[in-house]
Write a protein that binds this ligand. Sequence first.
Ligand code: 5AD
Ligand code: SF4
Length: 444
Amino acid sequence: MDLKYQVVTFGCQMNEHDSEVLAGMMESLGYTHTDDINECDAIIINTCCVRESAENKILGYIGNLKRLKRINPRLIIAVGGCMVQQQGAGEKLKKRASHVDIIFGTHNMYRLPQFINEVRHGGQILEIVDEECEIPEALPIKRQGKIKAQISIMYGCNNFCTYCIVPYVRGRERSLAPETIKNEFIALGNEGYQEVMLLGQNVNSYGQDFDYAFDFADLLKTLDETGKISRIRYMTSHPRDFSKKLIDTIYECESVCEHFHLPIQSGSNRILKFMNRGYTREFYLSLIEEIRKKFSYHSLTTDIIVGFPGETEQDFKDTLELFKEVEFDAAYTFLYSTRSGTPAAKMPDQVASEVKKERLQQLMEVQNAISLRINQRLVGKFEEILVEGTSKTSERTMTGRTRTNKIVNFPGEMDLAGKIIPVKITKAKTWHLEGEIIDQMKKN
Ligand code: 5AD
Ligand code: SF4
């Protein structure tokens, strides 16, 4: 019988990538992917817990699956990853959602095939382990795209920013060996991939757990030298660890894109200290200055949390001022969300929800105007675009990204997908650009 599955992913790119491994494992068991959830024999949900809103969405989603289970009692439902790895969360889910067959954490994801085989004969499995284990190599993987791919270069985080649950659910930092990464990178190049995203919670501390000296800059250089992939990206960077050596290396490596994503989290020194971020506003500004001195062509994006405990009007003003001063190309803005078990959850002066929302609104308005202004400066300029496919809105419109990670939509044919082409920017929007293929390309 032809068994069908779906992996449903919530959360960050790290999770997106883990889901590619979960999908690979399902295929190795003989399951094939289906887009129709109604015909699934197994549904694997990879969860996130970075904010409460994500958890609520996931719990709602799991609740809705009860209906499918009633129609098809043989359906296997597995829930794994960050949300479940939280203290006591597995047991709670087991009680609350008896239609879930398998509950697993972040450290034992690779055991999914065994779990599936076991529950085929009935029963329920709850297995969460606290200890991070050796990262198993050579797991099967089913990549989502044929143009862009992701490689995990490290797992876990040692930073313990006071608001963040990640260090508790993902464990300590573990870096993959440079050789392993290089081999995967070369293989991707040979398969025709044009872009690779190197993933880690804090890629700048890559290699700190090795007993030899090899850091993230060395890794970038090694990968760039293979000449196998046109574009290398990485995420996420911690501003504190963004070294001069790294800036120079990015500059020298032709394939490393000129996009700097540096989460600031707050513009107030007082709040940065409460957050345990390990840098000041002044340090951050000098880092940006150094990058801007070196790179005439680049983009800069950030993450920001609004309404961290103790954030006063003045602290928020500091953030607003910093945004006006730096002029980010784009910002991912988040309302502070209390995560139980983190130090910030117990801090005094939690900010009222209404105040948080109002501040977020104000910040987004300031940022949107800046994003639009920066994008408008690009009108009339040429950009090198990696074409990803047709746009969401029209079959006749293609979409791609600049090296600076800006989305560009333009009229074109499907056979351009996967190609890197020059495009002239014709129109600027807040979140994307519009362009046209220059004449020479049209003829070819
Ligand atoms: N509340 C709100 N935002 C958070 N982030 C991490 N933890 C929280 C939290 N408790 C944000 C940070 C991080 C991004 C991935 O999510 O800005 O950079
Ligand atoms: Fe969370 Fe800070 Fe680690 Fe990022 S660096 S995952 S925000 S603890």
